[in-house]
Structures are given as C-alpha cells and as structure tokens.
Write a protein that binds this ligand. Structure first.
Ligand code: P6P
Length: 349
C-alpha cells in the first residue's frame, strides 16, 4: 500500500458578502448548478424537491409531538415494518412531484413498482428516491435523510419499469436532505459542482452554506458495521485490520465512525473524507443498500465532489440495473481510500 498523508477535511470557503443569503431557489433559477440543458421544467422540478424537503423536515422536526413516531402496522416491499414517518415522507414527495407535471413517474423504496404521475408530453423527468432513509433511527432521534436522483425520460411511451433501469451515470441530478442537528440539502447536476444548503426554519428557506463541496483525496476515517465482520469475506477482514494498524505515514489507525443511517454516514464522509463501506458478505452477497435510490445518487454526488464509489470491483455508476430494488455492495468516499479498499477486495484469495 502506498504511504500518502491524509488531507485535511473540506472546509467551506469564507462566505463573501455576495454569496450570503442565496436561497436554493435563486441558485437553481440562476442555473448555478451548471446543468447544461437547464430548462424551466428542470428548474421547476428541482425547486419542487426543495419544497418537499421543507414539508418533510417540518414533519420530522415535530414527529414526537405529532405522535408520528411508531409503526403503521404495515410492511413495505422490503418486508420492513413501515414507520409512520416513512409513509408521510413518501406521500409528501409523491404529492409534491405530481403537482407541476414535469415528473412523469417515480420509483420509491416504499413502493413495489413505479408510480406514474403524469402522461403529459411535457413530463420529461423520472425521480427515484428513498423518502426517509435510516428509519430504524427515527424513534431514537438520530439523523435520518431523504435521498433522490433525477433521470430524463428516455422514451416517448408511457413509463414502464425498464425506463428506470438505467446506469447511474445517466442521472441528470442527485442529492439528499439530511435531517440532522440542522436540515441540509445537498445537490449536484454532476458537472456544476456539489452544493449544500442549510435550512433556516425561522424563514422557511434553504440558504447556500457549502458552495462547491470537494471531498479530500484521503482521510483517516472509516465507517462500516463491524457487527457484520464475522460474515465478511477475508479480503474485507484484512482491509479492516489494515485500517486499524499503527502507521503514522498513512494516518493509521483510522478513526471509526458509524451512525447506521446512510445519509448521516455518507454526509460526514463527504465533508471529512475517508471511506464508508457496506460490502457484500457471506450472509448478504449483494450487501444491503439499494442501487437505484441509495448507491447511485451518492455515487453521482461523490464523483462530482472528486470522490469515488464502487462495489469494490466496479464503478457503481456503470452498473446496468436489472430490478428496481436490487441491492449492491458499496464503498463510498475519498478516491484514495476507496482505491485501497478495492486493492484488498481484488486480492481476495
Ligand atoms: P445496518 C438504514 O436502515 C439503512 O438502510 C441505511 O441507512 C444504513 O446505512 C444501513 O441500513 C445500516 O444497516 O445493517 O448497519 O444496521
């Protein structure tokens, strides 16, 4: 393994006066996301996602008071008990995205199959989302999040499942909302940089707070559920031992961080660098995370921020999906840290 010093965490550039107070809506309207084919419809769709984020954060922030915690008693397509907030967030996103007729259809973690929202020929976009990721943390007030990706509709016929089964490199936008100590919305169109907006509940607006986020090339942090180590393939066990060895030249031992909420673990990794991994193992050969609405959006974001996302063997964004809810092993983070992880996986005996 090469020895290269880990870089420092990304820190937002000093906000100069001209950049303070820019709202998400202004930033999108001014095409500052750098989307080459920015049209009114695309702008409108992204602003609708911003509205959905405000509505969901309002529910998340008062869940305990509005007795939204707990379970509905139903189970979703994943066989998981649906929490009331999951359902609320799912319905909010569907309702808001259906209003302006730019979104032809959605695919959600909470729905077995796609949902057609508009057959209007002007509806040019498809949206994939996990409405409330990390739901197992909802009742203990740990950070959770919404993950989304936007595809351009590639066919003229009414949307079918196959319209969603496209490699993540075809996304035209992706982002997430993190309901943490503050609510943040992170968004990218892939080419125009990755930008963070922090929600001010006193005025009900997302304000630009982290312009052009770049992930450090490497950092001494790793994030993985070590409770699964008995099931890991031997190469992952060797990697896990390697990050914990002492070697000052490569910033080891790495610090361990694990929330158990993908949006929280991924956001910290984006901001500070290092690696998040949910690998395949003997128990779950394809890992746990979903390709379409978890791995692909984050892979799109991390590559746009100068990071890397792979299964350990192949680029996430090149995977040809075969099913809406298929799982995929995920190694996400600083380019050098993911490369080191890949070197171990490829050395599997
Ligand atoms: P584990 C939450 O349920 C989730 O889908 C992701 O948000 C998170 O990264 C992962 O599962 C955590 O899984 O097995 O470590 O509890």
């Amino acid at each position: 393994m090469t020895s290269d010093k880990p870089a420092h965490s990304w820190a937002p550039p000093p906000a100069d006066a001209s950049r303070v107070g820019i709202t998400l809506e202004t930033f999108i309207l001014e095409g500052q996301l750098g989307h080459p084919a920015a049209t009114g419809a695309f702008t409108s769709l992204l602003n609708q996602i911003g509205l959905a984020a405000k509505l969901v954060t309002a529910k998340v922030r008062r869940a305990g008071l509005a007795r939204l915690l707990g379970y509905t008693g139903q189970t979703n397509v994943q066989g998981e008990l649906v929490q009331k907030l999951d359902e609320e967030a799912n319905e909010t996103l569907i309702s808001v995205l259906g209003r302006r007729k730019h979104c032809a259809a959605i695919a959600s973690e909470e729905l077995e199959t796609e949902r057609i929202l508009s057959t209007d020929p002007r509806a040019k976009y498809l949206v994939v989302f996990d409405p409330l990721d990390g739901s197992s943390n909802i009742d203990c007030n740990i950070s959770i999040g919404t993950i989304f990706g936007v595809l351009r509709k590639s066919s003229t016929h009414t949307v079918e499942t196959s319209d969603f089964l496209r490699p993540g490199r075809e996304l035209v936008a992706a982002g997430y909302i993190l309901y943490g100590s503050s609510t943040m919305l992170i968004i990218t169109t892939g080419t125009g940089g990755v930008h963070g907006f922090t929600y001010d509940p006193t005025v009900g607006e997302f304000f630009l707070s982290h312009e052009n986020i770049r992930i450090p090339d490497r950092a001494s942090l790793y994030s993985i559920n070590e409770g699964n180590s008995t099931y890991w393939h031997e190469s992952v066990q060797r990697w896990n031992a390697w990050v914990k060895e002492e070697d000052k030249a490569t910033g080891r031992p790495y610090g361990a961080r694990y929330v158990g909420s993908l949006v929280a673990d991924a956001h910290r990794t984006l901001m500070k660098g290092g690696i998040f991994a949910y690998p395949g193992d003997r128990k779950s050969p394809s890992g746990k995370l979903r390709l379409l609405y978890e791995a692909n959006p984050f892979a799109f974001i991390f590559e746009a921020a100068g990071g890397k996302a792979s299964t350990g063997r192949e680029r996430i964004l090149d995977i040809q999906p075969t099913a809406l809810h298929q799982r995929v092993p995920l190694a996400l983070g600083s380019i050098r840290d993911v490369e080191i992880f890949e070197e171990f996986v490829r050395s599997e005996r």
